[in-house]
Design a protein around this ligand. Structure first.
Ligand code: 13P
Ligand code: SF4
Length: 304
């Protein structure tokens, strides 16, 4: 069955000059099918660079929207229209406008996990891979509003030594990983390196050795001499890491860290998406132009 699906996808991909991009949290078979797999920053760069006519974005809506903003001449398809990100929905453009009124001198940095409307209200956009570099690039005398993820914001504040005006958003997948989970995993695997995503709670991050975006986790594991890693992020990462380093051991900090929205994408939906050209993700021109300024800055400021 899956052979047939894969064959059908491959055929349509060629006929339509399409490229398949997949985030590191996608189901294993979608990661394996993709032309490019990566973190939010890497996928945004790929989406901007590709000369394909169609991008099938296997991820969540804000990722497909970012691709549509960067490449309006391409058709961007999200195979499941309900694949959203609850963190991105935790702040609306109206709420951000209200916050800006309270801090009229502040610059606004939004995490890429946000709607196109919120990006349009922001000066800079960032991902977890370059949030520190983006904030470090801003003038020292300017207050900074950082939305919507409070935990990434705390991490950036610590790394840059700057006070940020934070918004109380959070990722429900990362906050289920507890201090106890890390302590238990460390007791069972005392020789393992703990890698955590900055969206984890401050308590979990304090117990971790490395705080990294998903793409940075892959690069770190590849270069490291360590052979065992405890992974505090969405469990899709385990497949991505094992595929790259089959000789190393990757232990999920919590089996409960599953993003149901990422797992909405299936092989069937990718095939239907290419057959029916569904679901097209487009951003109205006025929002797109404003949001693009913030996103262009995000893809220009690369992590060290
Ligand atoms: P990365 O940018 O690190 O891939 O993370 C995206 C995300 O949604 C984290 O939950
Ligand atoms: Fe959003 Fe969290 Fe899922 Fe990432 S893991 S897409 S932040 S809900």
């Amino acid at each position: 069955m899956s052979e047939q699906l894969l064959g059908g996808i491959e055929k349509l991909k060629i006929e339509r000059n399409a490229v398949i991009l997949a985030h590191n949290y996608q189901p294993d078979e979608i990661q394996d099918l993709a032309d490019f797999r990566g973190d939010s920053l890497g996928l945004s760069i790929k989406a901007a660079e590709t000369d394909a006519d169609i991008i099938v974005f296997c991820g969540v809506k804000f990722m497909a929207e970012t691709a549509a903003i960067l490449s309006p001449q391409k058709t961007v398809l999200l195979p499941d229209k309900l694949a959203g990100c609850p963190l991105a929905d935790m702040i609306t453009a109206d709420q951000l406008r209200e916050l800006k009124e309270k801090h009229p001198d502040a610059l606004v940095v939004c995490y890429v996990n946000s709607s196109a409307e919120v990006k349009a209200e922001s000066d800079y956009c960032c991902t977890s891979a370059n949030a520190v570099e983006v904030v470090n690039s801003l003038p020292e005398d300017k207050p900074i509003i950082f939305v919507p993820d409070q935990h990434l914001g705390q991490f950036v504040s610590e790394r840059t030594g700057r006070d940020l005006i934070l918004w109380p958003g959070y990722c429900h997948v990362h906050v289920v990983i507890t201090e106890q989970d890390i302590e238990n995993a460390k007791t069972m695997h005392p020789d393992a390196v703990v890698m955590a995503h900055p969206e984890c709670t401050e308590q979990v991050k304090a117990l971790s050795d490395q705080l990294l975006s998903t793409g940075q986790m892959l690069r770190y594991a590849d270069k490291s001499d360590a052979k065992k890693f405890i992974i505090a992020t969405e469990i899709g990462m385990i497949h991505a890491l094992k595929k790259q380093n089959p000789q190393a051991e990757f232990i999920p900090a919590s089996e409960k860290a599953v993003c149901p929205n990422m797992k909405r994408i299936t092989l069937e939906k990718v095939l239907w998406s290419l057959q029916d050209m569904q679901y097209k993700v487009a951003v109205p021109q006025d929002i797109r132009t404003k949001a693009k300024k913030a996103i262009d800055r995000m893809v220009e400021i690369l992590p060290r």
